[in-house]
Each structure stands twice: as C-alpha cells, then as structure tokens.
Design a protein around this ligand. Structure first.
Ligand code: 9MR
Length: 671
C-alpha cells in the first residue's frame, strides 16, 4: 500500500494506454528445489502443502521421549482412542471430553492440526448403543452423538472420520452388518455425514477404512461407488481416509491409482493410519510417493510414534524404535517426501487440477471496521494479512489516520465474530510508533518463529514465538541496509511498498513494488533467512504504472507445482482490482492467468455482493491460506480473499479514506 500518495480518480483514457505487462525473466536466476530438504517429517510435508501426523495417546503425554519426537516431527495429530464413542459417551447423554481435550489443547497450542477419529464406528461402541433395537431411537442417538462431539471440537478439527470401517471385507462390496446398518439401513452413512456437516461446516468430512488400497478389490470398488453416489447427489463428503495398515510388502502396486481414482471424484484423499510390518524402507517410500504423486492427497498420518506405541508392536511397524530413535524407514520417508527426480518424472502432471483461467466471487459485507479509541483516531483499516492457526483467524492490518500509518492485530474463531474482536494496536508494543504499514505474517517452520514483514521506508520485520501475543513482537529490523540499487534506479516518483516473503524448499524471496510499474524480487537461502537478501531483479514491469501498481501477493497452490502472483492495478474507472499470473518456479517468469481488466482475477465486475455493494474497489488483501508457514500455500479450490474496500462515495485525503475489510469467496470453483 502506498502510505503517502494521494491518488485522485484516474482519467478513463488510461485504459487505452494499457500495455500488456512485459514480464521479465532474469537470466541468471537458478532454482534448486530438490537440493535442500527439511529435516523433520512435518516441515518436509509442509513444503508441498501437506501435513505429516501421528496417532497420539493421551496417556503418553507425560513421557518426555514421546513428546519430544511428537513435537519435533509431526504437524498433525489424531487421538488414537480418545474421541471414540466408548470414551466420549460411555453412557447415554453423558459426555466425557477430558482425554481428547488433553490431546487437542496440547496440539493446537503448538500449531499442530488435529484429525478427528471417529464419530460413527461399529467397534469401540458402548454396549448401550449396540443393544438399541428401535430405529428412531438409534437415529436420534447417533445424530445427538455426532452433533455433540463435533460441536465440542468445532473449528479445531481439520478433518473428521465421520464414519469408520462401514464396508465388509471380502468380495461383497457391501456394507458390513452393524447396529447402524441393521436398524437404519444403507442410509445411515449419508445421515451421519449430513449431521456432521451441520455441526461443523468448516471441517473436512471423511469416510475412513482399511483394505481399500488395492484398486480392484471389491471393498475398494464399493467405497468408490458410494463416494461417487454421494458427490452426484450432493451428500456432503470431502475426503476418503486410507488407513494403510500394510504387511511387509507395503502398499499394493495400484495404490497410487486408487488414490488418484478417488481424487478424481472430487474428494481429498489422506493416508490416515499408516504402519507397515517390519517397516521396510522401500515400502514406506512407495506409500509416501503414492501420496506425493496425487495432488489431492493432502496428508499422511502414521498410527503411533515408536514401535512400542503401536497396536501391532510385535511387528515393529513404525518410524521410531522403542527408544525414540529414527529407524531407516524414517529416512526413506523423509526423502520420498522431497520427491526424487525419478518420482517426479514418473508422476502424473500435478498442475492439471490447478486454478481456472477466469474467476468469479461473492463478497461479504464489510466485516472489520476500525475501532478508534482515546489514543488512536483511526479512519481506515487496510492491507490485511491473515493466517488460520490454532483454531483462530489471526489478522494483522494497517491502521490509517491523518497522522499516518501503524499496525493492528485481532483474532477471532469465526468470520461472524470478526467485527467484535478486540483490536490490539501494535504501536504500543516493541514494533513501535511511526510509519509501519502493509503487514504480512507467516510462521517460519525451520526456525519455529512467527514473522511479521512490513514497510517502514525500508523492508522491515519483527518476530514472535507466539502469534496470539501482541506484546511478543520484537522491535523492527531491516532486511536491507538500504534500498537496492535497481529499485533506486527505477522508482521515479513512486514509493517502495508492499514487501512480501515466500519460500520454497531452497530459497526465500522478497517481492516488493514501487508504485511506478515495477515488481521486484530479491532472494536468500532458507538457511540464511532473514539475512542475505540479494540479487534484486525486476520480475515484471509496465510502462503504465497503474497496470502493475502495488500490493503483490505470491502463493504456492496446494497439490500442484504452480505459484500464483496477484498484483493490484487501478482500472479505467479509477477503481482498484487484481490481475493474476502463474509460474512453476519462484525464480522464473510469470504467465498471465486472469490478467486483464476485462478478465480480472478480482474486480467489482466479477464479484457479486449479496449483502449490498458496499465497495467498488477490490484492493490490497490476502488469500486465506491452507497452512500458515513460509511456503504460503493456498488451496486450489474455493479460494477466499480478505480485501480492503470502501464506500464508493467517499473521497478526500487518501490517508483518511474509510477502508474496511471484507471477504471474497470464489463461486466458480470446480472442485
Ligand atoms: O490403535 C487403536 C488401539 O489402541 C485400540 O485398542 C483399537 C481398538 O479397536 O483401535 C486401534 O485403532 C484402530 C483405529 O481406531 C481404526 N482402524 C484400525 C486401528 C487399529 O486397530
């Protein structure tokens, strides 16, 4: 964002002057994405937007060896038994969440995601449920159980195993007998998913089973038929969990095909309970590669940490020995997640499922307005940065007033609460007063530290071990000793604004704009970050500065090899909008995606406003990400973009314009 400049309404003739942005490919840049790997399972999985999780037992959380490995290696957890019916509702209507809460609270406090396991299962079911003989009673008991448990954990579970193991082994391809099947018939699964969706609309809803990894098996085919039918009829299902309890041979050779065939139905796939007898290195690597090669395979969970923690401990099937030491399969798993050259070239093209070439959106009303207080006379709230972490949205934004710019932080668990969240003004913290604007927040996973990047005239940053503590931010430090020469030579009468950091597995890149038609990029290594930014180049330029103005965002698209670049432009009507480009390498050249005023990424012309057209500007903002780390990974489906807009009738001093924040949701997602 431009803090100083007053932009009047632009003349309509500017559009006719729009030149196609010349996108410059710097010849000297080289990328070596395969060369550097993260040193833990979770961090390596995060580099492709995936998670790597473990089943966790509440009773072991006092064991220091166990928790050391858990916290170092895993960024997702599944309570192994604590969310099952025989624990959560041992007698009718009496719920016990204490053991699962222990796991969930601990995980969310550490930024680990949580899989919910499981709402409806014929096993580990208390006898009072099994002895129900009346369909209406059972239906209401099942719905109440799902609603109460899902509601208790609402907003904190990334995926729920709504129904577990409902299909029969053997050649029938039919449901197995159970009290649910016997009294409620085939429809019980659908009923369970509909009830779960109502209780926690944000969680991904999975069907989870074992022995469905081999494509030609009748059981696999039966589950595939069910998912196809659910998708055709609009029954809410988002994912299929493949337990992957394998013998020494590891996965069947068709496993990747199976994952891909389920993904093709429009659901995510996840490996949910992986363990392999004797843990052969090749068997683990093959399993992991099957997931890496399927764009919609979003994560892997191993069913326990050490061999001694396993339900099949006699077979030593896990990645750590009983002392917590890494086994050979650990290394092959980590390596396979980096994707070897051979695995990549053998893979199906991974960009196929990526972004569409045109976009349409629906906007919320203005969700977040400034909250002036006795010492902060704020006119506008602007330039939001947002991550979803630990069950909450954490929003950082610029505050604008006639006195200048500073930063504000707020958090909330649901967009409906965004307007009532407390605003923490960061000028009262070590971030300090004076010119600070256009924040960008992310978690640097290798350093286990949050970064807030912002402009101060230089490109600056603060760090914080705890994103939810506004007083935890360090004083500003600069990325550069002074403005890089190439910017100084090209900035003209513009301003150096909107610093943006994104990292791949090898390098971190810092993008910035000059309000003069240039987008710049510097780079350093992941290991050196935040130091060492150098090699600043012009990534894109336009002789019409308004066509390539400011507020650039760069993201990794989950499950693909694509990156997305957004740049804010000013249209022929004087209103702000976004153009977009893609590339397969952050150091490479960018190809137009929806990059024109007539086919914009996001502009008032491709946004509907069911709550009223409160703005005609779609201006500086940020995508809701799939994760929160330095890879800035976004989903490829159902994009959401938090942006700044304002009353179209407002005018006057640029610093006192009444900017508010609203949320766009993509309406033309095909998945
Ligand atoms: O690992 C779990 C073990 O501690 C329990 O005793 C067992 C009870 O059935 O469940 C184990 O976990 C199962 C999971 O919930 C569903 N898929 C199969 C898993 C291994 O049996």
């Amino acid at each position: 964002m431009n803090p100083l400049k007053r932009l009047g309404r632009r003349r309509a003739s500017v559009l006719s002057l729009l030149a196609v942005a010349a996108l410059v490919t710097p010849g000297a840049a080289t990328a070596a994405p395969d060369a550097v790997r993260a040193s833990t399972l979770g961090a390596q999985a995060a580099q492709s937007g995936r998670y790597f999780g473990a089943a966790v037992a509440a009773g072991k959380l006092g064991d220091g060896t166990y928790t050391t490995v858990l916290d170092r290696e895993f960024n997702s957890v599944t309570p192994e038994n604590e969310m099952k019916w025989d624990t959560t509702e041992r007698s009718r209507g009496s719920f016990n969440f204490a053991p699962a809460d222990q796991i969930v609270n601990r995980a969310t406090a550490r930024g680990q995601r949580v899989r919910g396991h499981t709402l409806v299962w014929h096993s580990q079911l208390p006898s009072w449920v099994g002895s129900i003989t009346d369909a209406n009673t059972l239906r209401s008991v099942m719905n109440n159980h799902i609603t109460t448990v899902a509601n208790h954990y609402k907003g904190r579970i990334h995926s729920w195993d709504v129904v577990n193991e409902a299909f029969a082994d053997g050649g029938s391809g039919q449901h197995r007998p159970s009290v649910f099947q016997n009294l409620l018939g085939d429809g019980f699964i659908e009923q369970a998913f509909r009830t779960a969706r109502s209780a926690d609309p944000a969680a991904k809803l999975c069907y989870n089973d074992y022995n469905i990894e081999n494509w030609s098996d009748a059981k696999t085919q039966g589950v595939h038929r069910m998912v196809r039918d659910f998708k055709a009829r609009g029954v809410p299902i988002d994912c299929v969990g493949f337990q992957a309890h394998f013998g020494t041979g590891g996965p069947p050779s068709s496993f990747q095909t199976t994952l891909a065939n389920f993904a093709a139905l429009g659901v995510d796939v996840q490996i949910t309970e992986l363990d392999i007898a004797q843990a052969p290195t090749a068997a683990y690597a093959n399993t992991v590669r099957a997931c890496m090669n399927v764009a919609r395979c979003t994560g892997i969970t191993v069913w326990g940490i050490r061999d001694s923690d396993s339900w099949r401990s006699g077979e030593n099937p896990l990645l750590f020995d009983r002392n917590g030491n890494k086994k050979p399969a650990y290394q092959s798993t980590l390596t396979a997640m980096g994707g070897t050259a051979a695995a990549r070239s053998a893979a199906a093209p991974r960009s196929a499922a990526a972004l569409p070439a045109t976009f349409s959106w629906s906007s919320s009303g203005a969700l977040i307005a400034p909250k002036p207080d006795a010492t902060h006379n704020i006119a506008g709230i602007k330039d939001p940065s947002v991550v979803h972490y630990n069950g909450k949205y954490h929003v950082f934004a610029s505050t604008a007033s006639s006195a200048g710019y500073n930063l504000v932080y707020l958090n909330f668990s649901d967009w409906s609460q965004a307007g009532s969240a407390t605003h923490h003004y960061l000028d009262r913290t070590a971030v300090g007063s004076g010119y600070r604007a256009a924040p960008q927040v992310f978690y640097n996973a290798p350093q286990r530290l949050w970064y807030l990047v912002y402009q101060t005239g230089n490109a600056s940053y603060s760090t914080n071990p705890d994103i939810s503590n506004p007083n935890g931010w360090s004083a500003p430090r600069n990325f550069y000793s002074s403005m890089p020469d190439i910017i100084r030579q090209n900035i003209g009468n513009g301003y150096w604004v909107d610093m943006w950091v994104i990292c791949d597995s090898a390098n971190c890149y810092l993008f910035s704009s000059d309000d003069n038609g240039h987008l710049y990029r510097s780079q350093t290594t992941v290991g050196q970050f935040p130091n060492g930014f150098t090699n600043t180049v012009i990534v894109a330029q336009d002789s019409n500065k308004y066509a390539l103005f400011e507020a650039s965002n760069v993201y990794k698209v989950q499950g693909s090899n694509q990156y997305l670049l957004l740049v804010e432009a000013i249209g022929s009507d004087g209103r702000r909008y976004f153009r977009s480009w893609t590339t397969s390498s952050l150091a490479g050249s960018w190809t137009p995606l929806a990059a024109s005023e007539s086919n914009p990424f996001a502009k008032a012309s491709n946004v509907t406003f069911p709550a009223g057209a409160w703005t005609r500007d779609i201006s500086h903002g940020e995508m809701i990400r799939a994760g929160y780390d330095q890879t800035l990974t976004i989903p490829s489906c159902r994009l959401q973009y938090l942006y700044q807009g304002m009353n179209p009738a407002a005018g006057g001093d640029y610093n006192t314009l009444p900017w508010r924040l609203g949320l766009l949701t993509q309406t033309n997602s095909t998945c």
